[in-house]
Design a protein around this ligand. Structure first.
Ligand code: SF4
Length: 164
């Protein structure tokens, strides 16, 4: 893997404090200059997010309407069929998304759930989209299974269960 020499990892506290103290527009200018040096100035990455399993989560995240412990307007839905997920992914691609994110209201998915998500990941990738998931707490084996299945990005929160 090549290392970009322009990226620094040796910032000193006084340098960080000087950046923090910059007037806002100077900071904005610096940020824009750095962004333009490394990326297409006007290109943005578009993601689309689908809830593939909604509500009835056994976790107790106080802010989350998907927790089964709170009274909210959410209608719980079981894990979506793969064909419906792929239809939604195709619609997202048609609307310009390059990444499709799938979120499930699980505290801790079962291995058989992960196998279905892997099928979804593979179907979405076959369309030429990047894939992303947020699934609650995962075991190391589940994480590797998703990686080997082709997953590009994930938010497997291992400590609090908070996934939304
Ligand atoms: S684990 Fe995720 S879905 Fe479940 S209550 Fe917490 S934030 Fe909501």
């Amino acid at each position: 893997m090549s290392v970009n020499p322009a990226i620094r990892h040796d910032w000193q506290l006084d340098e960080v404090q000087a950046l923090y103290a910059l007037p806002f527009n100077d900071l904005l200018f610096k940020a824009q200059s750095t962004h333009r040096a490394h990326f297409d100035a006007n290109e943005i990455q578009i993601s689309s997010l689908l809830s593939i399993k909604t509500g009835s989560c056994s976790e107790d995240c106080g802010y989350c309407p998907q927790s089964a412990r709170y009274d909210s307007d959410i209608t719980p839905e079981a894990l979506m069929p793969i064909d419906k997920v792929l239809q939604a992914a195709q619609a997202a691609k048609n609307q310009g998304a390059s990444r499709f994110c799938m979120g499930a209201a699980w505290r801790k998915p079962k291995d058989k759930d992960i196998e279905r998500v892997v099928e979804m990941v593979q179907g979405v990738k076959a369309m030429g989209l990047e894939t992303c998931v947020t699934l609650g707490m995962l075991t190391d084996e589940q994480t590797l299974r998703l990686k080997d299945g082709g997953l590009d990005y994930s938010r497997p929160i291992r400590y609090t269960g908070a996934c939304a």
